[in-house]
Design a protein around this ligand. Sequence first.
Ligand SMILES: O=C(O)CCC(=O)C(=O)O
Length: 283
Amino acid sequence: MPDTASAFDTAGHTARLREQGFTIIPDFLSPDMLRAVREGLAPYLGSHNGRNDFEGYKTERVYTLVARGAVFEDITCDARVLALCDQFLKPGYLLTASQSICIHPGETPQPLHSDDGFYTLPRPRPAISLSTIVAVDAFTAQNGGTEIIPCSHAWNEAQLAGLYDGREVTAPDRPELEGRLRPLEMPAGACVFFLGTLLHRGGANRSAAPRLAFSNQYCEPWARTQENFFLGVPPQLVRGMSPRLQTLLGYGIWPPFMGHVTASHPLKTLEPGYVNTVLAQRP
Ligand SMILES: O=C(O)CCC(=O)C(=O)O
């Protein structure tokens, strides 16, 4: 039976996430959605390569994906993804990253990392963010499919030592971890959902074709987001987005008042004719 929103086994996915740190939604995107994603990404691809080993010198990323078309808005608010986020994050959680990742032939493996390693609180600890990676091209062990270390979400500081210092990935990766990596082989349209504490990396692309994917990530409502969507997504676009997406982009309050805008609710800034309070009040 397809894993549609109505038939989605939230409890089963949640149990796998708690136990192994990841779960796979095999038929996450319908063929129509997959086609819409490909069409939506096409105009942006072909222009930009990564600037460092982490982005990948032969990897092309399109950031702020959520603002690149209606299909990406819908996927960011996917009921199954939000049902899983609800299990791990506090109400009012935020979108922290939204990007496509195209790994071209000849790319080397990405440094091993966890997506919430930015938050330098001692481990083991609950995940502060959750990640999705959706295969637009099928993932194989040859073409740069994501590689994960199952159960590493529960590792402590000693087990992680030398991998990530909170600012940059420290090189080289620890060779003893190589043998624990599991390449995810997934069909196009499948989604791997994992805890921000799980160790993973984009694989080397040893095939002759690019591997296209995209990743939306969500974090606790009190945490700083990777992308600054207030500046990255123009207010004229945010105004036309759904209330749910506006909240995910930060137009909400973490009680009692984290996120206020000069003592007002951030949604006020989207109202027609809004004038910035500081500008209005300056003599
Ligand atoms: O592209 C992938 O498979 C993983 C990328 C990744 O983990 C990242 O860029 O943080």
